[in-house]
Design a protein around this ligand. Structure first.
Ligand code: MG
Length: 448
């Protein structure tokens, strides 16, 4: 298996492309790379133990000591690795929002960041080299049951606990039967929030709903909001690095809108740079500017956003797909802190639906065009040649700006898709431009 790493680490179908043999060999490759103590955790998939134990065997064979954190969300593992100086790296066994037959391996650096390209390349080289173990000792495994607790304590240090406790708030939380089942309800309890919990029964079989916290997958939590008299609904993905919000009126809050609301709150406390990606709605730019901040856009991907945030010394960052990054805590998507901060937003600005209703209105049309991997480059070049004369940004795909909005066309990093985003203050224009680009892409794909 060559080129193990994709945009989100190693992913594969268990017992097909991601076998126990691959996981063992990958564990050895990672062990040679970190060459010290490594913390390991999983989400709640049924294949978690199989892949984890194979990876751990590889780490031990290369002389690494292993701290097994069991099931914790990705950001809890990242926090653990960052805050324990003797831990040189982390390994998360997860396939995030992929369906149940998938699993994967994500590596974390000693600073708690997702591993970058250079580290992935080195691990890939170790994997391909197939050398005998370099260790002069066999590693040991220690079970660590306090990873989730340390993470919650860390978050509470950054939150207005007493103010939230006094507000008697109600929240409905949907944990996707995933890793956050062990952390988010506990955090809300510590914040004195009356909590109604859904899908917090980790069984690994996806009995509650699909992992991705999109509006169509969240009908249960949406339906409960009014009955429960909740101030907020929150929903995670399986490995707990994403969160979606539902308003007190039971309306799904788009990721862009949630980012805008949070950016306003963060900027009210400390002004500075906010980082997001080129695919985020202009609603975020408007709110950031209105509140005295500076918006910086990057290519799509939370590690890219996090990296740029370090460079810019940014006060906040995030992706519209449900990831918020708070640099005062850690440089990775942190849904649990995002929930606590959203409660602080409600204390400061009132009911969340009222905050959403006050945001500038944009219309976004999204289209996915089926496009095999080997045709993506040609299609991108074709689309670029169309727009030479216009006001464009090519930091990720092609973004074309118009007076009333923009269009972004970019190849998906994880799927056989070409994505088209069209946004405008005018709904008809957003639709007609999306149609135009979709037709243009399809025309080219059929002609080659
Ligand atoms: Mg995830």
């Amino acid at each position: 298996m060559s080129n193990l790493f994709g945009i989100n680490g190693v992913r594969g179908v268990v017992n097909e492309t991601l076998t126990s043999d691959v996981a063992l060999k990958l564990g050895r490759a990672i062990g040679r790379y970190y060459d010290g103590t490594v913390a390991v955790a999983t989400d709640t998939r049924i294949s978690a133990d199989m892949i984890k134990n194979a990876v751990i065997a590889g780490l031990l064979a290369e002389g690494c000591d292993v701290l097994d954190l069991k099931i914790v969300p990705v950001p809890a593992l990242q926090y653990f690795v960052k805050t324990h100086d003797d831990v040189l790296g982390g390994v998360m066994i997860t396939a995030s929002h992929n369906t149940a037959e998938y699993n994967g391996v994500k590596c974390i650096t000693s600073t708690g960041d997702e591993i970058g390209e250079a580290g992935q390349k080195k691990i890939q080289e170790n994997y391909d080299s197939d050398m005998p173990s370099h260790a002069n000792r066999i590693g040991t495994v220690t079970q660590i049951l306090r990873g989730g607790e340390e993470y919650i304590n860390g978050i509470l240090e950054h939150v207005k606990v007493n103010d939230i406790r006094r507000a008697n708030l109600r929240v409905v939380v949907d944990c996707a039967n995933g890793a956050t089942s062990f952390t988010t309800p506990a955090l809300l309890q510590r914040l004195g929030v009356y909590t109604v919990t859904l899908n917090a029964n980790p069984q690994g079989e996806f009995p509650g709903r699909p992992s991705e916290p999109t509006e169509e997958n969240l009908s249960d939590v949406i339906a409960l909001i009014k009955t429960a008299g909740a101030d907020l609904g929150v929903a995670h993905d399986l490995d707990g690095d994403r969160v979606s919000f539902i308003s007190n009126e039971g309306k799904f809050i788009e990721g862009d809108e949630a980012l805008a609301i949070m950016a306003r709150y963060v900027l009210s406390r400390k002004t500075g740079v906010v980082v997001t990606t080129v695919s985020t709605s202009s609603v975020v730019e408007d709110v950031v500017k209105e509140n005295g901040g500076v918006l910086v856009c990057t290519a799509v991907g939370s590690p890219v956003v996090a990296k740029r945030m370090r460079v810019e010394n940014a006060v906040f960052g995030g992706e519209e797909s449900g990831g918020m990054i708070f640099p005062e805590f850690q440089y990775c998507r942190d849904p649990a802190l995002a929930i606590a901060r959203m409660l602080e937003c409600i204390l400061k600005y009132g009911p969340i639906q009222e905050q959403v209703d006050k945001l500038p209105v944009y219309h976004m049309e999204k289209r996915d065009v089926f496009c095999p991997e080997d045709k993506k480059e040609a299609l991108m070049e074709h689309i670029l040649s169309k727009c030479k004369e216009e006001n464009i940004d090519t930091s990720d795909g092609l973004k074309v700006f118009y007076d009333d909005g923009w269009v972004l066309a970019r190849p998906s990093g994880t799927e056989n898709k070409f994505r088209i985003f069209s946004e405008s203050t005018n709904k008809k224009k957003a639709t007609s431009r999306a149609n135009e680009y979709e037709k243009y892409a399809l025309g080219f794909l059929f002609s080659i």
